[in-house]
Design a protein. Structure first.
Length: 255
């Protein structure tokens, strides 16, 4: 006689406090976003939305500590949202997922306010600054005046930390009717997102380094590679240094 035994494996709930904010916001199982835990975090995200419609960066809303609360309060006094480090777009994605699981008009309203912020913040050239709105408080708190270009660096178009790419990705998903955002957007928002997206693409083309700089970039990379081989520079510095030296010569500022 053959005897078989079966072991029932029950998935244990994950401790979200051990996960990154981006993982919690975008990569949890779909059913989790309908849980009490997810909705409790959504309440924090809603409360943390700045009056301008965006959010601060580097704050894990699912496991906030005293330092994060202090940082948020300070950012509230300034009132400007930020787009790099995946800020604002990650909160938008999270709210869409919670909305899909448990519809709440507050999630939709918060998402649409963030969308309006992104549209308003785009320069006529198609790029975005790091922060918006660029109030005097924001410039004083976050900016550094560049002595050569004569402007505050946070007023420049920001390609840092995939900020531009993330904003374009969201606009493309919205105008193409991606199922993630579809329940939260209107036809008017889709039309606007399409315009914003292609302006942003044109901005990248306009910022492309001219031919006269191509050899400069190649020489810079070759020089950096030789320094890496010699052990005098860390490999992680190469991309940042290349972009800083090359694109800075042809950055498009405002409009």
């Amino acid at each position: 006689m053959l005897l078989f035994s079966a072991t029932l494996v029950v998935a244990q709930p994950r401790d979200v406090s051990r996960l990154s904010w981006s993982h919690v916001a975008m990569r949890m199982p779909a059913e989790w976003y309908g849980s009490e835990e997810a909705r409790a975090i959504a309440e924090i995200v809603l409360d943390a939305q700045l009056p301008c419609g965006g959010w601060s960066k580097n704050i894990p809303w699912h496991r906030m500590e005293e330092k994060h609360h202090k940082s948020l309060e300070w950012e509230r006094t300034i009132g400007s949202a930020i787009f790099d480090n995946n800020a604002t777009t990650t909160e938008m994605a999270f709210l869409t997922k919670v909305y899909a699981a448990k519809p709440d008009k507050r999630y939709k309203e918060a998402f649409q306010r963030a969308f309006e912020l992104i549209v308003e913040a785009q320069y006529a050239t198609g790029g975005w600054p790091m922060f918006y709105p660029l109030s005097e408080k924001c410039l004083d708190a976050h900016g550094v005046k560049d002595p050569v270009m004569g402007v505050n660096y946070i007023e420049n178009i920001n390609f840092n930390d995939n900020a531009h790419a993330n904003l374009l990705r969201v606009m493309k998903m919205i105008y193409q009717g991606d199922e993630l955002y579809a329940p939260l957007v209107t036809r008017k928002m889709q039309r606007t997102a399409k315009e914003v997206y292609f302006k942003g693409i044109q901005c990248i083309l306009d910022c492309q380094i001219d031919g006269e700089y191509e050899q400069y970039v190649a020489d810079t990379v070759a020089s950096l590679d030789s320094k890496i081989e010699a052990g005098t520079i860390d490999a992680t510095d190469t991309a940042q240094e290349k972009v800083a030296k090359a694109l800075f010569t042809k950055i498009v500022i405002k409009d």
